[in-house]
Design a protein around this ligand. Structure first.
Ligand code: F6P
Length: 744
């Protein structure tokens, strides 16, 4: 308000001067017009009376002169008239001619100094504003008979003057108020623009041109001073301790709440009825479990294990990991119908094939989506019941929860919601076939940040939003502004824990090799290849076996010597496409074994069951090569686990170019899994690679994965969340100031 007044006062003062000047000019001009008018009326009146007046006067006929005077005063603006004799006496006068005006005054003015002339003057008589005229009257022989004095009514001139004054005052008022309103609005506009620019600066969004240099400097400085960035520059390794530091120093040790469909620990009973804990085969769990151990907080997940209920409390809570108990697992119970519609249906028959280019036709059913919605709501409610503040940090995981970010945002508007999509995001054309595409996108845009493994998936997501929603895309900062909210879209390539506790707890590589070889009945000089996956059509397991077949066909030296073992965890077995895959893989393995096998040689060994991580790591450490042949994969953490497992710096990774991991693990032998010739050649190259080269490649890979481990992945996301929260808090304060000022 003060700012507005500072601008408005000089304008108002100037306007006052202008209005006063205008009033004076208008008033003086109109008064002179009135006086001219009066003068002309007086002359006309006397001239109109003409001969009748002079002849009657010359005859001394006072009655006739009086009649003429009465006629003259019929003009509404002439109040009174008097015929004044040259000696100043009254010859005749109308009834209301005031006594205070002596005839001598009129005679003196019009007949003085021996001249006969008209005289006029504005005066106040008896408190009224009048105009006096005196006009000489001559006899037919041009001898002065006297003067006629007229009193004109000037009240109408006064009224007009008052009207002009009021109009001027009104005009002044309107102009002054407009000036105040305009300058206030303009001052507030400038202030708002300034504040928006400042807020944009704080949020790191684009600001108006003139602020750019200053804001960029401030931003750079802030970035330099940011402790999170300083930590990045120190070259310190990312580990649980450093992740905890980020959480404690930059997020005040705030509790992290993760929402993910898959739980990190599944309770089950073995064949003897004894309770056991299983670790699911899931890249998501592989990555997030170490993060939760480091951060503590709550993991909200579907309680899918047969013994989950009996091991949880009434609210579905249990402290995990067993014996360590560093965070809470909150289990959400789903009915069989909910699980069918939400998990098998919309998530895995709809979104999963939609997002993977693996030639599986997505199936969308209304009833599945209704269950998906309901389950997302139930998880959002579970999250809200687990937070202890209005602005918690919530990590939403994966395609099972596309709607949850919006549902959580509705319940907790100040939450920082980081959503990570663990699978690829398709291009807009492909995404467009989803009948619920708008709801899926709107749901995700409830997030503060949406993360993908690679930039290409970020771009696809932004393009999908651009195509199907009314939203503003900030392509410079890769942000989406939708319904007044901003969602940043960022690549965070996921990784594994390093050092890896499963690898550390495993026997030495040589011992693993011995053990595994014995288990599989392999000769000491045998060559072993390994594949580890959920039995999923996106993993390219059929193509992998076909490449093995080609290897044996094209490079017969490996027949009888090379064995490929596939550890395949059954997955989503209620879905027909997975049942089909299971049959295909089985018959393929059978065919290859029949074609190249013998009584004591099985080129393909298929182990279709759940494998606990210690066993997986033993196999990874025992093998000569690991083949990851995904047809399309967001990242693929088995590739990174193979690298983590090989502390002996041996073994070769053959990696599909269609995995996110291929962008980072460039020392692997990168292949197109559909190109069986190329893939089989790569397998042969791996099996014949000199130990020296294996070491060089593995060392480079280990160095990369150790540096870009999962603590860095989580640390970068949490650091971005911390920056976002700082900016939001600052911009809320600026918003608060704005509303205080607005109220003032
Ligand atoms: O890598 C992550 C991931 O592919 C998830 O997207 C998926 O949820 C998980 O692994 C395993 O699948 P599921 O939870 O259906 O067993």
């Amino acid at each position: 308000m003060q700012t507005a007044l500072r601008y408005a006062l000089p304008i108002v003062f100037g306007l006052a001067l202008f209005t006063l000047g205008s009033y004076l000019v208008v008033s003086t001009t109109s008064r002179s017009w009135f006086e001219d008018d009066v003068r002309r009326r007086a002359e006309l009146a006397i001239r109109g009376a003409g001969d009748a007046l002079s002849q009657s006067w010359a005859r001394g006929d006072r009655v006739s002169v009086r009649r003429v005077l009465d006629d003259i005063t019929r003009d509404e603006r002439i109040l009174a008239a008097a015929a004044c004799a040259p000696d100043g006496s009254v010859f005749a006068q109308t009834a209301d001619f005031p006594r205070s005006l002596p005839c001598s005054r009129f005679v003196a003015r019009s007949l003085g100094n021996g001249q006969a002339r008209a005289w006029n003057r504005a005066e106040r008589v008896d408190g009224a504003s009048v105009y006096l005229s005196a006009l000489p009257v001559l006899s037919p022989g041009s001898v002065p008979l006297g003067a006629v004095g007229l009193i004109h009514d000037m009240s109408y001139a006064e009224e007009r003057d008052a009207l002009t004054r009021r109009a001027a005052l009104g005009l002044f008022g309107v102009l002054a108020v407009s000036a105040i309103v305009l300058s206030t609005a303009s001052a507030r506009g400038s202030l708002r623009r300034f504040r928006n620019d400042l807020r944009n600066l704080v949020r790191g969004e684009r600001s108006r041109g003139e602020f750019q240099p200053l804001l960029q400097d401030v931003r750079d400085l802030a970035a330099q001073l940011s402790p999170v960035n300083r930590a990045e520059e120190t070259g310190r390794a990312w580990n649980p301790e450093r992740l905890r530091e980020v959480l404690h120093e930059h997020l005040q040790g705030e509790k992290v709440v993760i929402v993910a469909n898959r739980e990190p620990y599944i309770h089950d009973r073995d064949e003897h009825g004894a309770l056991r804990v299983l670790h699911p085969a899931s890249g998501l769990v592989t990555a997030l479990e170490p993060v939760m151990r480091a951060c503590s907080g709550v993991w909200v997940a579907h309680g899918s294990g047969p013994a989950d209920r009996e091991t949880s409390d009434k609210q579905g809570r249990i402290r995990v990991p067993p014996k360590e108990e560093s965070y809470t697992l909150r289990r959400v119970w789903l009915t069989a119908e909910e699980e069918q519609g939400y998990y098998y249906g919309f998530s895995n028959e709809g979104l999963w094939p939609l997002c993977h280019m693996a030639h599986a036709r997505p199936t969308f059913r209304d009833e599945d989506f209704a269950h998906y919605k309901r389950v997302n709501e139930r998880f959002a409610e579970a999250v809200v019941s687990e937070v202890d503040r209005q602005d918690p940090i919530i990590l939403v995981q994966d395609y099972h929860f596309a709607l949850a970010p919006r549902l959580i945002r509705e319940r907790l508007p100040r939450a920082t919601i980081l959503t990570f999509w663990h699978i690829p995001w398709p291009n807009p054309e492909q995404f467009g076939i989803c009948p619920f595409r708008e709801e899926v996108l709107q749901g995700l845009l409830g997030s503060s940040i949406v993360g993908f493994h690679v930039q290409a998936h970020c771009n696809n997501f932004v393009d999908s939003v651009d195509r199907y929603l009314e939203a503003r895309i900030d392509r410079e900062r890769i942000g989406i502004i939708h319904s007044g909210e901003t969602t940043l879209v960022r690549p965070y390539p996921i990784s594994i824990e390093w050092p890896n506790h499963w690898a550390q707890e495993s026997p030495p590589a040589a011992a693993c090799r011995k053990e595994v070889f014995a288990e599989l009945g392999l000769k000491a000089d045998a060559l072993l290849g390994v594949g580890v996956d959920r039995l999923d059509y996106t993993k390219g397991i059929e193509e992998r076996l076909l490449a093995v077949e080609q290897l044996l066909a094209r490079f017969p030296q490996f027949q009888g010597r090379f064995t490929f073992v596939q550890l395949a965890a059954p997955s989503r077995t209620a879905i027909e496409r997975y049942q089909q895959l299971n049959l295909n893989v089985e018959s393929l393995a059978k065919r290859i074994n029949e074609r190249f096998g013998s009584a004591d040689y099985r080129p393909v060994i298929l182990q279709r069951q759940h494998h606990e991580p210690p066993r997986v790591f033993r196999y990874l450490r025992a093998a000569d090569l690991c083949y990851v042949s995904s047809l399309h994969d967001g990242m693929n953490l088995v590739a990174k686990e193979f690298v983590a497992a090989r502390d002996d710096e041996r073994g070769v990774l053959v990696l599909s170019q269609f995995t996110g991991a291929a962008r980072e693990l460039t020392e692997a032998l990168v292949v197109n899994p559909y190109d069986l010739k190329q893939a089989s050649r790569a397998l042969a190259a791996a099996l014949t690679m000199r130990p020296q080269e294996q070491t060089e490649r593995m060392r480079a890979l280990r160095s990369l994965v150790s540096e870009f481990n999962v603590y860095r992945w989580a640390g970068r996301m949490l650091a971005d969340a911390a920056r976002l929260r700082q900016r939001d808090r600052l911009s809320q304060r600026l918003g608060g100031l704005a509303s205080v000022e607005g109220a003032a």
